[in-house]
Design a protein around this ligand. Structure first.
Ligand code: GLY
Length: 351
């Protein structure tokens, strides 16, 4: 078991290990003085793990209520958000009670935004059940819902009180969803850690899950400690995302986030090589690792299609998009790119 301390506007611990779900009750007590825990989960995850979590909370003497919604990104909307707020109000939750987000990124983002706004803020605990949410969305306090104009357009920075990454939850994760999370793990290697990158390249899918997840959480902790509110260093976590979001959007989300980001990394690395930023060895290494994990190295969408989607990227600031470009494995830069040059940059990476 590994415990990682996150220093932020609220300090908290991320615990990575086995058997954590059934220990939630005792671990949550310091954050739930009011005695009621409200679990939010999707119907699939609730069916798998709701019983164990509920039993653990009850064994610790807590009153437990739960709210479930249909699994999938479509549930991360304003209607569901208001329904959860009303559910909490009808059940008279107070500021000394706590929410528990049990599930993947959709559940964590939605519950976090409810927690940030219910009674102007209530404690919440993240129990991520997908690889992607363990290494990314459950840590760092980005909470959000989608609007009809785009993903994550309403939200708040609001840190959890505790994050429990239970390795046992990964046992029911379908292989393609596990692979999706691997795209984000590879991203951490390219951004910050050549040792991690080389380990993933050597071991492929058989990497030591607990050790690798704990390392990714440590890397994310370092970023959040430096730039909680995403004004600088945290933007590097966007590696592969500007182009990746374009691929996802153009495919009407039939291409998964992790796969799109992985392909986005390859495109930005090739464009970076043509711009004299990325070494040829780095491009080769990125190609090799993506092939090992079965990710496509390019996309059939045109530079113009990807450019159009990139314009709605949240990282755009005025007439500039901050692209993240690798120099070497473990060393990436933020490259402010004028919108007028973005399409030709993407074009260079497609070839
Ligand atoms: N998912 C990127 C971030 O937390 O900043």
């Amino acid at each position: 078991m590994t415990t990682i301390d996150v220093p932020a506007s609220r300090n908290y611990q991320v615990i990575v290990g086995k058997g954590l779900l059934s220990q939630t009750g005792s671990r949550i007590l310091p954050f739930c003085k009011g005695n009621t825990a409200a679990i939010v989960s999707d119907e699939t995850v609730w069916g798998l793990y709701g019983g164990t979590l509920e039993a653990s909370l009850k064994a610790a003497g807590l009153t437990v209520i739960h709210y479930t919604f249909p699994a999938g990104e479509a549930s991360k909307n304003g209607e569901n958000y208001l329904k959860i707020l009303n559910f909490l109000a009808e059940n008279k939750l107070t500021r000394s009670d706590a929410l528990v987000a049990l599930g993947g990124g959709v559940t964590g983002d939605l519950t976090g935004f409810v927690a940030a706004t219910y009674l102007r803020g209530i404690a919440y605990v993240q129990i991520p059940t997908s690889l992607l949410s363990m290494v990314d969305s459950s840590v760092g306090g980005k909470t959000a819902i989608d609007l009809s104009a785009g993903k994550n357009l309403a939200g708040a920075f609001y840190q959890p009180s505790l994050v429990l990454c239970d390795m046992d939850a990964l046992s029911t994760l379908p292989q393609e969803i596990f692979r999706d999370g691997c795209g984000e793990i590879i991203k951490y290697g390219v951004l910050y850690d050549k040792v991690l990158f080389d380990k993933l390249l050597a071991e492929g899918f058989s990497f030591d899950r607990e050790a690798v997840i704990a390392r990714c959480v440590e890397l994310k902790r370092n970023v959040v400690a430096e730039d909680e509110f995403d004004t600088g260093a945290r933007q590097k976590l966007n590696l592969g995302h500007t182009i990746g979001h374009g691929i996802e959007a153009q495919s009407h989300f039939t291409i998964s986030h992790g796969e799109a980001v992985a392909t986005g990394m390859a495109i930005v690395a090739r464009a970076g090589e043509k711009a004299g930023i990325t070494s040829g060895d780095t491009v080769d290494a990125i190609h090799e690792i993506l092939e090992k994990f079965g990710f496509p190295l390019t996309t059939g969408y045109s530079a113009q299609q990807l450019f159009t989607s990139a314009l709605s990227d949240k990282k755009r600031s005025g007439g500039t998009v901050n692209l993240v470009v690798p120099r070497e494995i473990g060393d990436c830069i933020l490259l402010p790119t004028p919108v007028g040059q973005l399409q030709s940059f993407i074009e260079a990476g497609l070839a």
